[in-house]
Each structure stands twice: as C-alpha cells, then as structure tokens.
Design a protein around this ligand. Structure first.
Ligand SMILES: *[C@@H]1O[C@H](CO)[C@@H](O)[C@H](O)[C@H]1NC(C)=O
Ligand SMILES: *[C@@H]1O[C@H](CO)[C@@H](O)[C@H](O)[C@H]1NC(C)=O
Ligand SMILES: *[C@@H]1O[C@H](CO)[C@@H](O)[C@H](O)[C@H]1NC(C)=O
Ligand SMILES: *[C@@H]1O[C@H](CO)[C@@H](O)[C@H](O)[C@H]1NC(C)=O
Ligand SMILES: *[C@@H]1O[C@H](CO)[C@@H](O)[C@H](O)[C@H]1NC(C)=O
Ligand SMILES: [Ca+2]
Ligand SMILES: [Ca+2]
Ligand SMILES: [Ca+2]
Length: 664
C-alpha cells in the first residue's frame, strides 16, 4: 500500500519570533526558524571556505530540526571532493551524516522535497570549498518540528535484507528479521506499526514491528510463491498474491480467517495494492498475457483495466488523492499511469536501458522506484519534469525489489466501516470493503444441517441413527471432516447410558474450522401405556335387506408416563360398515421405549326380523309381530270354541279342562 499525500495532521510546527539571520560563514542558531545560506548568496561563494553552522532546537520542547534545501548549486566534482555540503545529525562533524557530501545541482537524498530532519535537537551544516571554481551556492530554511517517523521499507534481494530507509536522511537500518531467505514483497500497517513481508524461498508471510520487535510468521502452509502483499489498514486485512498457486488471498492481519478470493485466469500475479477507502483491490499479472486488474475487496466484479502494450508490470502504486494508478514496467523500462478504471493512460517516461524500474510508490508529489540498473532508489516528480535522482541505499548498490512507504503523520483515521474500534463491524469472520460499503465475508466451512439434540426413552439397548451433516466451504477449498463417532452415523445406547455428545469438526486446508455437535439423552422407560377408556362389546342386528350396518363407538383413550404415546395399530375405524358376524376391534399403542398397550372389543352383527318396509323400526316390527301373534291366537281359540260348541250340541255338555285347551 502506498500512502501518499495524506493530509498533514500531526505536524506541529512551533514557531517563535522570526529572528533568522544569515551568517556569513558559520555560527550557531538558537532560533525556531531561520535561513542558512552560503557566503555571498545569491552571488558566487568564495574559495577556500570551511563554514560550519549548528542549529539547536529549543531545550524545553520535544522537537527536532528540519532543514529544507531550497536552492542548490555547488561545483560538481567526483565524490564532491572539491566543494561540498554536509549535514550532520548533532552538534559537531563527529555526528553521523544526514546527507551524503553533496555537490552539483541537487542533493541526492532526501528528494521531493529535499527536507533533512535531525533525530535529536541539533544539526550541523558544513560547507567547504576549494581554491578554484565557484558557483551560486545554497540556501536552506530550517524550523523546529515534532519528531516523526517517515521512512521507506525496501527489500534488498541480493543480501536478503529488508531495509528501513529514512526519507529525510540517508540513514538506513536493516530490520532484524531472522530466518529471512528471499524477501520479495513488503508493506506497512501504519496503525499497529508493523512491516509485513513475504519470503519467496521459505514461502511464508511474516510481520515485524517497525522497531524490529515481535517478529511473527502469519502464513506458512499452502502457500507457494508469495509475490505481492498489501495491508488494508482500514479493514485490518492483508491481501497477497501467490504466483505459484496463481491465486489472490485475504486474511485478517494476524493470518486467521484466510481464504482465496481469485483463482481463475491468473498466470503470474505479482504486485497488489488496496484502495483503502475505495473498496477496490488492484493487482498486476506478469505472466504470458501481462495485465493489470482490479476487483472489489471481496474479489467480485473483477475487471482487466490495462492489458495492451505491457511488458512486465512489476510494481503498481496508487495516488489516492489524484485517483491515479501508476505502474513500473520492468521489461519495457517505462513508468505509466492511468485512471483507476484504466482510462486516461499516460506514458510518463520511457527509459533507455539506463533505468530498469521494478517497484514504485507515490509519496506526496514524488514518485519513487527501485531500479535494477542503478541499483538504488530513483526519485522524480509525478510528471517527470525534473531530472531523476538516484540514491544508493546504505551506500551499496544492490538489487532492490519491493518498496513501501510509512509516515506517522499520514492521516490514519479510516473513513469507512470495518474500522478499528468497531471490532470488525459485527462481521463474524472477515469484513471487507466494496465500493458501496462494508461487507461481511465468510471464510470457514459451514455445516449445512447439524442434527438437533436427540431425546430418546428406551427399555433395552437401542440403535440411534442421525443424518450425517454436510459441509461446504465458502471459498471452495478442500475440507476435512472428523467426527467423535468416526464415519458412523449411528450408535447403540442402553437404558443406563448417560448423555452422549456427537461432534463433527471441519477443517479446511487453511486451518479455518467449524463445529457441529448435538447430544443424545437417554431415559429408561419400562412402563407400558395405560388404556383408560376402552369401548364395551357391541351387538347389532342387521336391518332386513341390508348386508352391512354402520357401527359407531367412542374412541378409546390411553396415557403413558413418558407423556408421548403413539397408536401403532387400529384394526377398524369407528363409523365403518360391518356385515354379519363377529369382528374383534383392536387398538395398539406404543411409547417411545416400545412398551405397548392394547384395547380390544367385539362387534357382533346378528340377522333381524323380516320387516314390512324398509323403514320399519325394530320396535314396530316387534309390536306388529305381537299383534299378529295375538290375533292368530284369538282366531285359533275362537275356532276351537266354535267347534266344541257344535260338538256339544249333539252330546252331553262336559266341563272344559286344561288338557282340552293344551291338547289342541
Ligand atoms: C574545517 O575545519 C574543521 C575544524 O574546524 C576541520 O576539522 C576540517 O578538517 C576542516 N575541513 C576542511 C575541508 O578544511
Ligand atoms: C577539483 O578542482 C581542481 C582545480 O582546483 C581541478 O583541477 C580538479 O579537476 C577538480 N577535481 C575534481 C574531482 O573535479
Ligand atoms: C495445506 O496445509 C496442510 C497443513 O500443513 C497440509 O496438511 C495440507 O496437505 C495442505 N494442503 C494443500 C492442498 O496443500
Ligand atoms: C431433551 O431433554 C432435555 C432434558 O432432559 C430438555 O431440556 C430438552 O428440551 C429436550 N429436548 C427436546 C428436543 O425435547
Ligand atoms: C375390521 O378389521 C379386520 C382386521 O383388520 C378386517 O379384516 C375387516 O375387514 C375390518 N372390517 C371393517 C368393517 O372395516
Ligand atoms: Ca570549487
Ligand atoms: Ca509494490
Ligand atoms: Ca412408558
């Protein structure tokens, strides 16, 4: 990430009365601001000078001296042996140098602007000239400022070192990264003040404090050639390219919640940068079809923004203020820029073979790049109107690779969600930015259907089965699932079993995991359900000329100690039609433990009398039958009496006996 032109927030300039005065040749300044000029300025300086100025910042404040060289014209000589300007980080020439002895028309470092800052309260400026050839000299202004951190992080491929190169002095320090083999890419997190780096040989991503403390390895497995890295200080995520697996990945800054964002149509993805508040990531691909692409922070809406006329777009950089994308083409020896959507492409500089740009960053109005020809850091203004300045880091030409910039005065207050203090904005895993705002991004495997807890009551050992949960991965990587019950999705429980917990554990190749667990609780139940109401036997006559009759009964009722009982058998339904004969109606219930209970009653259908009509009721038939029988009896008795009377007329009348009556 290239931090550029961010508003100056913390720069506190303590200005006292302007009592600057030029000394002809050396003196001490105790003022807060002032000017240092070579003797005779703006005319030519005299010969045989040995001038020394010491600037001392005020005692009672935490300030340092900042000197800006506004004009510079000193006789050029090899190693500046004839005439020379030197600046020291202290009260004498015994202090370390802040700039290399300078001559010619520019000091080589710092550049854009040529602002030199002391680390303590004093700075010494020395100007020496020889006995011949003079020039216009120099003019510098100084002021007291709060100390600040302001440096580049640059990879030295030859020596396997990562340098912290001060922007306002020649001071360079190797970061004490241990086990570093082939450092490739670097970036800085300005909030936690850490340097993120990749090692192409040991295939890791690590980080270390900018003061060299707390080195950590963040990503060490399933990574092949980590070629580019960028810290999104707003979302607190790190993005990287892997030109071995041809993927672009993201994780939280501590390496957790890692996932692949882009894994198609990549050949050799190289540099990557994030537009902190814009919701886009940009990357270059230096494969057989070189291109520069961008996508939303979640990898979606991927588009190629530059693809024509590219050799090897090795380094890309963002000018967030001007909303421009810069790139260094290491094969065509060019630096170009375009708008963030790829339009308005401009070729800024086509170098010869004298300059081979490798990686690039934009800082304020300067463009800085590592150069494999000069083997230093080159600097130019954003429009390449002035000459390029080359600076050799640590005084030793070497193969510098990736470049990043850090400033403690850059505005670091994120203006978008996913920011610090809101703890990932409520996202469980990753919070990323897309142009419309924040977005939660899933990373870990997901169990699609985790079984619910099982409560079971049994009276004997029983097999309990469940449905194996299925798992999926948001970034479609391989997931390994292990279970407390192996590959089985059933277990045997006994009445004395205590509660059993079944767990599933999913682990993807990046170490993201998910759990699914449920319990099986066993209750012992040997009490059968109790039938509390069972119908009595039913007898019914079949109406004449019908084959079946509807029989209705009241439904039986049952209870169980478990409270849960199910009807597992019912032979007949109330309201069914029954034919002649006997039917046993049976209801059987079972509780969960398979204790059963039954209710049984009989239905008997008998044949009724012949009726007069279809609608004759049984009572009417009976009454009618009695009447008919009675009438018959009367007729028969009447007939007998009449017969006897006729016989009696012819014989002697004798009493009627019971025998007569029954013997008929
Ligand atoms: C300038 O003067 C200092 C002592 O004031 C001396 O150490 C130094 O060598 C002189 N430099 C030259 C170039 O004469
Ligand atoms: C330094 O100046 C002398 C003249 O005093 C000149 O002859 C010589 O070439 C100069 N040295 C360099 C390194 O330019
Ligand atoms: C990923 O890393 C793990 C742990 O080192 C390893 O077991 C696994 O095989 C790796 N998977 C792939 C696809 O490289
Ligand atoms: C299972 O039984 C436990 C108590 O033993 C109870 O808290 C839980 O709600 C029951 N779960 C179901 C799904 O019935
Ligand atoms: C009553 O149940 C028995 C046994 O299932 C069956 O054979 C018979 O047909 C049933 N009768 C009626 C009227 O449903
Ligand atoms: Ca001279
Ligand atoms: Ca870069
Ligand atoms: Ca029971």
């Amino acid at each position: 990430m290239d931090k550029i032109r961010l508003p100056v927030l913390f720069l506190l300039v303590i200005t006292y009365e302007m009592t600057a005065y030029a000394q002809n040749c050396g003196s001490s300044f105790g003022e807060a601001t002032g000017e240092v000029v070579s003797p005779g300025f703006p005319g030519n300086y005299p010969a045989n000078l040995n001038c020394s100025w010491t600037i001392e910042a005020s005692q009672d404040l935490d300030v340092v001296v900042e000197l800006t060289i506004e004009q510079f014209e000193v006789e050029y000589s090899e190693s500046c042996l004839n005439d020379s300007l030197m600046v020291y980080d202290g009260a004498s020439i015994d202090s370390p140098m802040l700039v290399s002895p300078s001559c010619g028309t520019k000091i080589s470092w710092p550049a854009h602007p040529s602002t030199i800052r002391s680390t303590g309260r004093e700075m010494t400026i020395v100007f020496t000239t020889n006995d011949a050839i003079s020039a216009g000299g120099f003019r510098g202004t100084f002021k007291q400022v709060k100390p600040r951190e302001d440096f580049f992080i640059v990879v030295d491929l030859n020596y396997g070192t990562i340098y912290r190169q001060e922007r306002s002095s020649v001071k360079a320090e190797a970061l004490p990264v241990f086990d570093l083999l082939v450092p490739i890419a670097v970036d800085v997190d300005p909030i936690e003040r850490k340097v993120y780096f990749t090692d192409g040989a040991s295939a890791i991503i690590g980080r270390i404090g900018i003061d060299g403390s707390n080195q950590e390895t963040l990503i060490a497995s399933n990574i092949s050639v980590p070629f580019g890295i960028t810290v999104d200080y707003v979302t607190r995520n790190v993005y990287w390219t892997d030109s071995g697996t041809n993927t672009i990945s993201v994780a939280r800054l501590d390496g957790t919640y890692r996932r692949i964002l882009v894994d198609e149509n990549l050949d050799t993805p190289r540099d990557i940068i994030v537009e902190p508040n814009g919701g886009y990531i940009y990357w270059s691909d230096i494969g057989s079809f070189p291109k520069i692409e961008r996508s939303f922070g979640d990898g979606s809406y991927r588009t190629i923004i530059v693809s024509l006329g590219l050799g090897q777009p090795n380094g890309i950089a963002l000018d967030e203020t001007a909303r421009k994308l810069y790139w260094a083409d290491e094969r065509l020896n060019r630096i170009e820029r375009c708008s963030l959507d790829g339009s308005q492409r401009e070729l800024l500089k086509a170098f010869g073979t004298d300059i081979i740009p490798v990686d690039v960053v934009i800082v304020e109005d300067g463009i800085y790049w590592t150069d494999w020809n000069t083997e230093g850091i080159d600097v130019a203004d954003l429009n390449f109107q002035e000459d390029t300045v080359t600076f050799i880091v640590n005084g030793v030409p070497t193969r510098l690779l990736d470049l990043a910039y850090y400033s403690s005065i850059a505005a670091l207050a994120p203006t978008r969600d996913c920011s610090l203090g809101r703890l990932n904005s409520g996202c469980d895993e990753l919070c990323v930015l897309v142009p419309s705002g924040m977005k939660c991004l899933s990373v870990s495997p997901v169990f699609d259907m985790c079984p619910e807890d099982i409560n079971i009551s049994i009276k004997e050992p029983t097999v309990v089965e469940w449905r194996k949960p299925s798992v999926s991965s948001p970034s479609a990587v391989d997931v390994d699932v292990t279970s407390s019950h192996g590959s089985s999705s059933s277990t045997i429980v006994t009445p004395s079993s205590s509660s059993i917990t079944v767990t599933y554990h999913a682990l993807d190749i990046f170490g993201n995991s998910a759990h699914c667990s449920f319990s099986i609780s066993v209750t012992y139940d040997n009490q059968a359900p109790r039938v509390i109401k069972c119908p009595d036997d039913i007898t019914k006559e079949l109406p004449p000329s019908q084959e079946k009759v509807i029989v209705v009964w009241e439904e039986p009722e049952v209870v169980d100690n478990s409270g849960d009982v199910s009807l597992i058998q019912q032979s007949n339904q109330s309201g069914s039609k029954f034919g002649l004969g006997e039917t046993d109606v049976v209801y059987v219930w079972q509780d969960e433990a398979k204790n059963t209970a039954q209710c049984k009653f009989q239905i008997e259908i008998t044949q009724g009398f012949e009726g007069t009509g279809k609608n004759g009721s049984p009572a009417a038939v009976v009454i009618l039958s009695i009447l008919v029988a009675g009438l018959l009896l009367v007729i028969i008795i009447g007939g007998i009496i009449w017969k006897r009377k006729r016989e009696y007329r012819g014989t002697i009348c004798s009493p009627v006996t019971n025998d007569d009556m029954t013997g008929m």
